[in-house]
Structure formats: C-alpha cells, structure tokens
Ligand binder design. Structure first.
Ligand code: SF4
Ligand code: SF4
Length: 416
C-alpha cells in the first residue's frame, strides 16, 4: 500500500516506551521529576500496562513514523527511563512491525540503556537485528557507583561492565554515554582512558545541569526556573564541563583520531568544515529531536517534556503535521531568537549557538534573555580545540585525513 497522500517531512524522534520508569534510581535522573510533572502518565502507571506503550500504540507508532518520513533511511531511537523494562517481546514486535511497514525503506534501531539487565538473550536479539546500543556509564567504579545505583542502593558498575563484555562477544555495535557531574568533571583523563579500556569507540559526554526543585514554579506547565536558581548538588560546575572535555581532547588528539570518535569533537570538526553541527546543543535551531511518550503524546524535545511543549498525540494527530507545526517551528526558532547580546557578539558563536536553552538560567544585567550557565565551559572547549581543528580542517581539505595531524600536534605546545 502506498502512502503518497500523507504529508511527509524529515525529522528524528525518540520513543520512550516505558516513559520515565527505570530500574535504577540515579540521583540525577531528570526524567524521574516527570512523575510530578506528568500526572496523567503517573496515573497510567497504576494501570495494567504500568503506563508502558501498548502493542496497539507500538504498531501505530511504527507505521506512522515510517510513513511520515520523507527519507529512505528511518532510525528508531528507543530511550527511557529504561527501555529494557518494556521486555524483549516488545522489541520483537517492534521489529516485526518495522518489517511489515518498511515499504522498501532501510530501518535502523538505536537503543539507550543502563545495560544492567542485558544478558545473552538481549545481546543475541540486538546482534540479530543490528541494534546500535548506547550504554550509560559515568566512568570509574568509584564515580559511576556514586549516583548510578539500583533501587535497593546497590552499585551497578560491574554489571554494566559485564554487559559491555557481552555486547562485544556478540559483536553488537555500541557507544557509551557519560554524564558529567560534580564527581567526574575533574577526571576527564581517567574517564576517557577507562572507557577506552572497556572497548568503547564512540563516546558521548553530556553535562548535567539541574535546577533545584525549590527554584522551579510548580504546576506552571512549562520549564520555569526562578531568577538565578540554585542548582542541585550533583550539577557540573559552570566551567567543569569545559575542563573535562579539554582533558578528554588532549588524550584523544594524542593517538586516537580516526579510531575513537567523540561526538562533540565530530560535531565541532563538522562545523569547522562548513557543515551543520551534528549535535542539537551546538545547532542554530532546536526542534529536530521530538520525543514520543509511552501513551503516544508527542513533545518538542526530550528536555522539554512539559505540558506546554506537548504537540499532540499520535492517536489523534498526524506525526508530520505535529513535526512541522507552528508550535514546533516556534520552539526551534526560540533558540536563536532568545540569544543574549553576549552570545551574538561572541567569537565562538558559530560553533556554540548559545548551547541548550534548558541551560540558559543565568541573569546578566542589561540582558533581556538569560545566558547559558555553561558559557565558561563552551568558551574553554572551543578555544582549546581551535588549533587542532584548524589543522584537521586544512588536512582534510588537502585530501588527507584528520588523523594525519596527530604527530604535528604532538610537537606543539599544549594550548590552555
Ligand atoms: S532544547 Fe536542548 S536538547 Fe532540546 S533540541 Fe534544543 S538544544 Fe537540543
Ligand atoms: S560561548 Fe558563551 S557567549 Fe559564546 S555563544 Fe556560547 S554561550 Fe554564548
């Protein structure tokens, strides 16, 4: 059956089949706060399906997501909470429906997990169906087990390590996602070496910046931190993310360019080469990464699962129409329309674009809009990487490889 009568567009979506539910109780998990923000979903938790995505909703989502895309390559991204809680049969069904509705398109799956339940069965399923797995791990056991603890308070590092070994044994492609917090921001070098020793070749580092609950208006329906709010104790210091990424960069640039891939550095290099950034945080606009909740509700972004940012529900609304709606367009444009004058005149603006609007919480006298809390980190990272990025760009434009600059950089004095 063809679907040419349906509107199509190009966008990406993450699905949360288990909503915010998780089998860990990480102190810093921003998704747990949704228990209070999304009462409707909280209520569904008490129902027979625990508020998880039903098979009927899954079938509709798979069908509509494929049909809504103006592309031959469709990526399904599964996230949580913890997506393994939906059970293996849920994903067997997902793959079954993907095959049913593929209509000649190439379907891929990516899956972000804390990895603690991954056993041989899961690993085999991921291998057979070419899932790309993102494993959440925060670094050394000491750091990881500080916050990433089970609901009973037990450490999880060893379980995650075993899961990674299984993924390697089954030849499942995986990457690692590391949250930078108050415990590891000064341990960039150790963290990078640890992840490398575990076999991770694709690394992603995201900073945690969480406004204290007492500094957020309750029941406002949208993200509304108070003026200059206090941050939770586990948040990264304003310049800590910059220190961490600079340390990681110094390790990576020594011998790993071309063999280990750090998402932020790939994105910076892309911008230097004249392409758009590959991460939304460093893009000019937001809006290309919507999220679908277990109950079919669609939101503008994973960081904005608030009632005010709900675009509709796939039971009643067409996915493409929601993706290209005025509301979503406004959400996307707000990123550059609300830049501070400091950002507008910043020498690294083209690389930074003011970071994620969720982190714009700092008031500056005379500024109409709030400034990004992580600005000192961004200044540091972009300046720290300038020389190497410049050399890599020149080398690639000459027909060489980015990796070719490693010996040249080794002979330079490190930039601060
Ligand atoms: S709000 Fe933040 S996370 Fe969401 S799309 Fe914008 S930059 Fe990305
Ligand atoms: S580095 Fe700071 S001032 Fe410059 S664009 Fe980024 S957030 Fe704005």
């Amino acid at each position: 059956m063809t679907n040419s009568h349906l509107p199509q567009a190009r966008f990406h979506m993450m699905a949360k089949p288990t909503s915010y539910h998780c089998n860990l109780k990480c102190d810093y998990c921003f998704y747990l706060e949704k228990e209070g923000i999304l009462p409707e979903i909280s209520e569904q938790q008490k129902s027979k399906t625990h508020g998880y995505m039903t098979e009927a909703a899954l079938k509709r989502y798979v069908r509509d997501y494929i049909r809504s895309q103006d592309s031959d390559d469709i990526d399904f991204a599964w996230q949580g909470g913890e997506p393994t809680l939906a059970g293996l049969d849920f994903y067997r069904n997902a793959v079954k429906y993907q095959k049913m509705y593929a209509d000649g398109k190439n379907i891929s799956n990516s899956f972000q997990t804390n990895a603690i339940v991954i056993n041989r069965q899961w690993a085999q399923f991921f291998a057979e169906n070419n899932f790309l797995i993102g494993v959440s791990i925060d670094g050394t056991p000491e750091v990881h087990d500080k916050y990433r603890i089970s609901v009973n308070g037990n450490p999880t590092f060893e379980r995650v390590k075993r899961a990674i070994e299984l993924l390697i044994e089954y030849k499942v492609e995986f990457n690692t996602l590391t949250v930078i917090n108050d415990q590891n921001w000064d341990k960039g070098k150790e963290t990078y070496q640890l992840l490398k020793s575990l076999g991770s070749k694709h690394l992603q580092f995201i900073p945690i910046v969480e406004v204290d609950q007492s500094c957020q208006q309750k029941n406002s329906g949208h993200y509304s931190p108070s003026a200059d709010p206090s941050l939770t104790h586990f948040s990264v210091p304003a310049d800590g993310y910059g220190q961490f990424m600079s340390e990681v960069f110094d390790e990576w640039i020594k011998e790993d360019v071309g063999t280990i891939f750090v998402r932020m550095f790939d994105s910076i290099l892309a911008t230097w080469m004249g392409y758009p950034a590959s991460v939304c945080v460093q893009s000019r606009e937001c809006g290309q990464a919507m999220v679908i909740e277990a109950n079919g509700d669609l939101y503008s972004c994973d960081h904005y699962v608030y009632p005010a940012n709900k675009l509709g529900n796939i039971r009643q609304n067409n996915i493409t129409k929601m993706a290209v709606s005025k509301q979503q367009k406004r959400f996307g444009e707000a990123k550059y329309k609300t830049l501070t004058s400091r950002c507008r005149s910043c020498e690294v603006q083209a690389l930074c674009h003011g970071g994620c609007p969720k982190h714009r919480i700092t008031s500056i006298e005379g500024e109409k809009f709030k400034h990004n809390y992580l600005c000192p980190s961004y200044q540091r990272i972009f300046k720290h990487t300038t020389t190497a990025m410049h050399l890599m760009t020149q080398e690639i434009k000459r027909g060489g490889l980015a990796a070719d600059v490693m010996p040249v950089i080794a002979n330079l004095k490190p930039s601060k």
